[in-house]
Ligand binder design. Structure first.
Ligand code: EPZ
Length: 420
């Protein structure tokens, strides 16, 4: 198990370019197999989740290379339709390959993705969407087998604005005959980015970023070039870092429009955020105000992925805050680890009450999941002494070169790759 050791107490100072969005690159990589052509994807972050997606593409017979932020995929050589269990389990969101494999080959086989650190991760909405488009599903020895000789456009009413189910439905619909209407669709920026990619491939898409999306397949272009949008959750994480440690940082390649709810929460705390031409200057002084009540919601509400880092930053603000988690059942697993550092946080069901302003001290803690790990890093910046964070493989799923990035922001951090 790798670890990071952070020595707290330093104000941040530095400048970085924000990584490309993990949660946009992954569905686009899945969609790249819709056509027997080439995709050149730029601004792709070097993450273990991206490596896992490339492993699935190669297993299916595609050629996929990654170098210096650019991924090149040639899916003309694709022959597979079965995603084996080990590959499914390497990346929680591998279910997003379902729609593309089904549309391209007329069949698909994958294992039920296990639950993950955030709680059970059902895929009923994904399955319903595939059935609406004409797929027949059967279960066999814990695996799901899909048959759909020809997907046909349909109306898909999503019970929840699920990001992944919206993406799977859009991708499958782009490979279907006729028009598909998706209602109660997720509105996240990553949905709009996927729509831009599918449009460049040749699909006709309306309403992406609203609750009602229409998709119509079309003749696919032989080669598609696309640049992934900036990672808004990584941006929120670095804003939380400067809120927690104090100081002033500059983030390049940030999209202000994707961060409205996040900006409001940090400004409420007294963090200064100044955006100009895609660059953000974020600064925080000694005194922070508590964010009061933060309720996670589907976009454009406050993003669940930014809840853990914001909670860690709120520890530095004298006063009480309440975090209401409405998206995932089990997204407070960073709390006991923060308590080891001296935090006073009390969880009651889906509400965590933070009693901020108490001094934090270094400790040995373990990242419970990707964003929980980011919360521990955020708190360690404000803690007295050294904090060693184990389980940083979770963090590296979503943050590119996290130790190098934090060092560029003035943090005293060391990575230890010793296993065991
Ligand atoms: C995406 O996950 C993101 N992952 C998550 O980011 C993010 O937290 C989440 O959207 C919410 O914004 C990627 O994009 C790769 P959902 P996804 O389907 O698609 C329930 C990170 O840290 N649901 O919108 O899996 C589900 O249980 C990750 O980067 C069903 O009930 O999320 C959850 O309660 C974590 N049935 C809610 O919907 C389904 O078929 C939202 O899940 C699907 C989902």
């Amino acid at each position: 198990m790798s670890s990071l050791t952070v020595t707290g107490g330093r104000r941040l100072s530095g400048e970085i370019s924000l990584q490309g969005a993990k949660n946009s690159a992954l569905p686009i990589l899945a969609a790249s197999i819709l056509s027997a052509g080439e995709t050149v994807l730029t601004n792709v972050p070097a993450l273990t989740d991206v490596e896992a997606a490339l492993a699935i593409l190669r297993h299916l017979g595609c050629r996929a290379e990654f170098s210096d932020g650019t991924v090149w995929v040639d899916s003309s050589t694709m022959t597979g339709w079965d995603i084996p269990d080990p590959l499914m389990r390497r990346m929680r969101s591998s279910v997003v390959f379902l729609g593309a494999v089904l549309a391209r080959t007329g069949q698909a086989a994958l294992s039920l993705p296990g639950g993950c650190e955030l709680g059970p991760r059902p895929i009923d909405l994904h399955l319903d969407a595939m059935e609406r488009l004409g797929a027949v599903i059967r279960r066999s020895r814990g695996r799901l087998i899909f048959r759909a000789p020809r997907l046909q456009g349909a109306r898909i009413d999503l019970r929840l604005p699920s990001v992944g189910a919206t993406e799977n439905a859009m991708i499958a619909a782009a490979g279907a005959r006729g028009l598909t209407l998706i209602t109660n669709a997720a509105r996240e920026p990553e949905i709009r980015d996927l729509a831009r990619y599918l449009t460049a491939m040749g699909a006709r898409i309306g309403g992406a970023g609203t609750s009602t999306v229409t998709v119509e397949g079309g003749a696919f272009a032989p080669i598609v070039r696309h640049r992934v949008i900036p990672d808004r959750i990584a941006a929120a994480t670095y804003i939380a870092a400067v809120a927690s440690a104090g100081g002033r940082i500059v983030l390049r390649q940030v999209c202000e429009r994707d961060l409205t709810a996040v900006n409001d929460a940090f400004r409420q705390m007294g963090v200064c955020l100044c955006y100009r031409c895609g660059t953000l200057v974020a600064a925080a002084g000694e005194r922070l105000k508590p964010p009061l009540t933060v309720t996670t919601r589907p976009y454009p509400g406050f993003p669940t992925d930014a809840q853990p880092p914001l909670m860690a930053a709120a520890l530095r603000a004298r006063g009480t805050s309440a975090f209401v988690e409405t998206i995932f059942e089990n997204r407070f697993r960073h709390v006991p680890e923060l308590v080891k550092m001296g935090a006073d946080i009390r969880v009651d069901g889906q509400v965590a009450r933070v009693f901020g302003g108490r001094p934090l001290h270094g400790a040995a803690v373990t990242a419970p999941d990707l964003r929980g790990g980011a919360a521990l890093l955020t708190a360690a910046l404000a803690a007295e002494g050294e904090t060693t964070i184990f389980g940083t493989e979770h963090i590296m799923r979503g943050y590119e070169d996290i130790d190098r990035t934090f060092r560029a922001l003035g943090v005293n951090v060391k990575r230890d790759e010793r296993t065991g």
